[in-house]
Design a protein around this ligand. Structure first.
Ligand code: ATP
Ligand code: ZN
Length: 304
């Protein structure tokens, strides 16, 4: 994947006023036009999922640090996780901090971890909420969630952000319920993205598990076809970008959060995640920087 192509697309987005750069790669302010695309796409996902009657949950970008710890994320993806730290000293430490700032030195040494971590995926904060209610009803749980997510993967690729939004549907229940959900959303996700008029492909995928042991986890995830991605070329045709992910976690999160089905078995979980910024970028890439002149069918699907 060429870095030049990524930088060129990023610069065009900035030149058209769609994104505004900051001092940090992968962190942008988004324009009203960009936000409107996301809002309309978000509404399209709502329309597609309403018939199933999901419970709606909207999360702040931070979740309880205990949720991150319980989820197993730090075992698999320590390189991506982000925790929120804050000043915890007295007058002496404050004076030291100011002196460090004035000297241009690192002032963050005295920061202490707070009880809040960034959500790495928008489904994570939902599991402890469901678990707290006790065993699931016979038809399990179905959630419609959205959160800002943080992943520490700075990049010049405008499609690889450090802070971005995921709109997800999450199913918690028996293996059969969960697999049926994933099949349904594989079809629906494809149909939604086909209506966006972008070239796409669906393929098995793996998560970026950390370290040497991680290579085996990634291979096993692929062998068992636990993760599918809907890919759209954005800054490269050879390496298209994952815009929607379909994940089957088996009973991993059920164990981690103590989720149980009505008959007492450990619950299985699956989620479908739409990367809202990536989808907006895919649309801008294929239909141009001005949504007013996008193809009529795409405009109708989004703006009605
Ligand atoms: P990639 O393989 O490109 O790192 P992923 O498959 O790990 O992405 P998931 O963990 O499945 O992504 O996240 C669900 C969705 O969130 C993805 O399909 C994508 O649309 C979006 N997403 C993931 N990482 C980023 C990111 N760094 N910037 C913007 N969107 C992202
Ligand atoms: Zn998820």
């Amino acid at each position: 994947m060429s870095t030049e192509a990524q930088i060129a697309f990023r610069d065009e987005l900035i030149a058209h006023g769609l994104l505004h750069a900051t001092d940090v790669d992968g962190l942008y302010a988004q324009s009203g036009v960009f936000e409107d695309i996301i809002t309309r796409f978000d509404a399209l996902v709502t329309r597609s999922g309403t018939a199933d009657g999901p419970e709606v949950l909207r999360f702040p970008p931070g979740m309880a640090r205990s949720t991150l710890e319980r989820s197993g994320y730090l075992r698999s993806f320590p390189q991506l996780a982000g925790t929120i730290h804050s000043f915890a000293g007295g007058d002496r430490e404050h004076a030291a901090l100011i002196a460090e700032l004035d000297r241009g030195d690192d002032w963050t040494g005295g920061q202490k971890a707070t009880g809040i971590a960034f959500a790495p995926a928008s489904c994570y904060p939902s599991y402890p909420i469901v678990a707290r209610r006790g065993p699931l009803p016979a038809d399990g749980a179905l959630l419609d969630v959205q959160s800002w997510c943080f992943r520490h993967e700075p990049s010049v690729d405008p499609a690889r952000l450090q802070l971005f939004r995921q709109r997800e549907h999450v199913r918690i229940g028996t293996p059969q319920q969960v697999l049926e959900f994933r099949e349904r959303w594989l079809k629906r996700g494809r149909a939604i993205m086909e209506s966006m008029g972008v070239p796409l492909d669906i393929d098995v995928a793996n998560d970026p598990f950390f370290g040497r042991a991680g290579r085996m986890l990634a291979a096993s995830q692929r062998d068992q076809a636990l993760k599918f991605e809907l890919l759209v070329p954005i800054t490269s045709t050879e390496k298209p970008t994952a815009c929607v992910s379909f994940n089957y976690h088996q009973d991993h999160l059920g164990h981690a959060f103590g989720l149980h089905t009505a008959d007492g078995a450990v619950a299985h979980t699956a989620c479908v995640g739409f990367g809202l910024e990536r989808i907006a970028l895919a649309l801008l890439r294929h239909h141009g920087f001005d949504p007013k002149v996008w193809p009529e069918a795409v405009r109708r699907a989004l703006w009605g």
